[in-house]
Design a protein around this ligand. Structure first.
Ligand code: PMP
Length: 440
């Protein structure tokens, strides 16, 4: 710790980051399933970084591809020109695009992050509506407990309450209700039975605002950052039906669920419901280089690029769209996912994962457990007047004992790298069980 830099200059405003500065936890290296902390301790990664390091840490195939690429072509402008690696990566992505070949969700737009992917998808949706003569459709609808990043687009459709209170939002943005009620969900395995009717809240939005004002509805198929909310049976299907009926585009935000998290390449494949746009980031490059991508349906792409009112004057794109190092990282990541079968490995482990996680159901203060693929949400009751304090204690304690988890409110969220070994599932549950007991 002798060379510890000052913690004063780099900051993020939220409380947990202020607390962290009082007792810093620094990660200095990573390999496979583990981080090494600055005191030399090994920490098992129960969260794949921030839901992104799906193939595990320190993959040399990725780092050497990036190094080679940077040495060959470090940067190429993405406007009026391109470079082959970005096109090669898009071709490979198209081959595994959400929903398979029939879904035709294979037109790829590159961004630099999940938040940029969300902004991009919302802009594409509104521009598409205009291109097909539906220019009054500029409103976007999200869900109460959704998370879509921190751009103005993302906070307009997402549920970051304090952000929504402080900042101006996209005009007309509105929210459907959330999909989760722990009192009714508690300890059910698989998709909860109740509540496909929750999707009818989109009908309520239509009745309230008029379909002719709504461009798109965006949801995470499984909400991650707001507490692992698994949709009730029929929810996404119903959402699709209602959106189609009213000419509203459906956007799945797969920034977390994309790239194998649920045991299928995308949540779109898991649920068999085909949206019009899919946002991704995180696992796209295994977290190694920042990058996002939006998959668009061909008819959306065609309307924007070839239709009678093609949005040729629409300017959208980023300096780092299709960045050579990111595209190279993405290609190497896909090679690993494919050669190691990681995009479906979650399906093989899902039952074992669920059984292991459910052994925590009798631990103190556990009020609900939700699992799907290689994701779990373990909800704790909140201490009176201190939402999040109990889960934060569990987080701090688990880290001391060598396990990285993520907490959001009083929900413990788990999403280990997809290379996890069976013994490591046991280790996560054992450390976590002790930490939950101590956090009484
Ligand atoms: N959408 C979803 C569903 C996310 O989970 C996140 C990040 N956790 C984002 C968007 C934003 O991604 P980023 O932080 O890369 O901007």
């Amino acid at each position: 710790k002798a060379n510890m830099p000052s913690l004063d200059n780099y900051w993020m405003p939220f409380t947990a980051n202020r607390q962290f500065k009082k007792s810093p936890r620094l990660l200095v290296s990573a390999e496979g399933m583990h981080y090494t902390a600055d005191d030399g301790r090994q920490v098992l990664d129960g969260t794949a970084g921030l839901w992104c390091v799906n193939a595990g840490h320190g993959r040399r195939q990725i780092t050497s591809a990036v190094e080679r690429q940077l040495a060959t072509l470090d940067f190429a402008p993405s406007f009026q020109m391109g470079h082959p690696v970005a096109f090669e990566f898009a071709e490979r992505l198209a081959a595994i695009a959400p929903g398979g070949p029939e879904a035709k969700l294979d037109r790829v737009f590159y961004t630099g992050s999940g938040s940029e992917s969300v902004d991009t998808a919302l802009k594409i949706a509104i521009a598409y509506q205009r291109a097909i003569g539906q220019g009054t459709r500029t409103r976007v609808i999200g869900r109460e407990r959704g998370y879509h990043g921190v751009g103005f687009g993302g906070i307009s459709v997402g549920g970051l309450v304090n952000n929504r209170r402080v900042f101006p939002l996209l005009p007309g943005a509105d929210h459907m209700r959330h999909t989760h009620d722990p009192a009714r969900n508690a300890f059910s395995r698989g998709l909860p039975e109740h509540g496909a009717d929750l999707a009818d809240d989109l009908e309520r939005m239509v009745a309230l605002h008029g379909a002719e004002t709504i461009a798109a509805v965006i949801v995470e198929p499984v909400a991650g950052s707001t507490g692992v909310l698994v949709p009730p049976k029929g929810y996404l299907e119903r959402l699709r039906d209602i959106a189609t009926r009213h000419g509203i585009l459906l956007i799945f935000d797969e920034v977390i669920t994309g790239f194998g998290r649920l045991g299928t390449p995308f949540a779109t494949d898991y649920f068999g419901v085909i949206p019009d746009l899919v946002t991704t980031a995180k696992g796209l490059t295994n977290g190694a280089i920042p990058m996002g991508a939006v998959f668009a349906k061909r008819d959306v792409y065609d309307a924007l690029m070839t239709g009678p009112e093609a949005a040729i004057e629409l300017f959208h794109g980023y300096t780092y769209s299709g960045h050579p190092a990111a595209a190279a990282a993405g290609l190497a990541t896909l090679d690993i996912y494919e050669s190691e079968g990681l995009l479906t490995r979650g399906a093989d482990l899902a039952q074992e994962w669920e059984d292991a996680i459910f052994t925590l159901k009798d631990a103190p203060n556990v009020i609900d457990i939700r699992t799907i693929g290689l994701v779990a949400g373990i909800e704790l009751s909140s201490r009176p007047g201190a939402v999040g304090a109990r889960a934060y204690d569990v987080f701090v304690d688990a880290f001391k004992k060598g396990l990285l988890i993520r907490v959001t409110g009083d929900v413990i969220a788990l999403s280990p790298p997809l290379i996890i070994e069976r013994e490591q599932i046991g280790e996560i549950v054992s450390v976590l069980g002790d930490a939950i007991k101590r956090a009484e």
